[in-house]
Design a protein around this ligand. Structure first.
Ligand code: DGL
Length: 263
């Protein structure tokens, strides 16, 4: 039972930032990762199509006897987490922007949030802000082009740096001291974000560790932790592009075989 895999998915390769944290926290677990890169970005995708994609991926994991699923995507969480939880019996762990820790950390009482359009507009996100960020000013950007840059492995090109400058400089001018990376693609841009921040003191946070801890607690509560040794991680992508394998290897810093799923 406990050797069954955990399914992890995202609109694309961004959720690999979550997979890496899960590998560190739970090295025994067998993982399945689905990058829905053919449909990326999810950030402004039609909601009905997004629902169909989430359903397809959850079924894909269920068919492989997954014991739990991680929505390694803030956008899919914001719009579909409750619905998916009602549909499936396996535990579903979701991710949301790290507003709560950011509101605690900030000294200037001003934080920045980088996230997708769907996430920033969602009820779930507004509720998060109302609960935890009442006494801080929140500056937001939906970061056009960021996801595409990561999907193409352009983590620190001049174009990427310019995009980050456009979105971060106004927030720095407004005196933010804490930046929330509210999309799982963005942690791969952290070195470039630091370059743009330059000498300015900026704490950059995401929820990858929080999700891994939540997953650990949930598996433990359901007596699903794997105490046997790790056997496999399997990687799938809905994108036919030959480049996928190269990008996976770049982001994971190791040889990775990616299977194309034509759906
Ligand atoms: N990585 C996803 C997120 O955390 C989705 C980004 C996108 O596809 O727009 O929101």
């Amino acid at each position: 039972m406990s050797e069954r895999p955990i399914g992890i998915f995202d609109s694309g390769v961004g959720g690999l930032s979550i997979l890496k944290a899960i590998q560190e926290h739970l090295p025994n677990e067998n993982l399945l990762y689905f990058a829905d890169s053919k449909f990326a970005p999810y950030g402004q995708l039609d909601e009905e199509i997004l629902k169909q994609r989430c359903l397809y991926i959850a079924e894909f994991f269920a068919a492989q006897n997954a014991k739990a699923m991680v929505i390694a995507c803030n956008t899919a969480t914001a719009l579909m987490a409750e619905w998916l939880r009602a549909e499936y019996d396996f535990p579903i762990i979701a991710i949301e922007p790290a507003i709560k820790p950011a509101a605690k950390l900030t000294k200037t009482k001003k934080i920045g949030v980088f996230a997708t359009t769907h996430t920033l507009k969602s009820e779930r996100y507004h509720s998060l802000k109302n609960r935890f960020a009442q006494d801080v000013t929140v500056f937001e950007s939906d970061c056009p082009g960021f996801v595409e840059q990561v999907e193409n492995g352009q983590l620190d090109t001049l174009e990427t740096i310019a995009l980050i400058e456009d979105n971060l400089q106004p927030m720095l001018a407004d005196d933010i001291d804490t930046l929330v990376l509210g999309c799982t693609h963005y942690p791969f841009l952290r070195p470039a974000i630091k370059i743009v921040a330059g000498g300015k003191k900026l704490t950059i946070i995401d929820n990858a560790d929080a999700v891994s801890l939540q997953l650990t607690r949930t598996l433990s509560d359901h007596q699903l932790l794997n105490f046997k040794s790790h056997q496999f991680d399997k990687f799938y992508s809905s994108s036919e592009s030959e480049n996928q394998q190269v990008i996976f290897q770049q982001l994971l810093s190791k040889d990775t075989e990616v299977q194309y799923i034509n759906h």
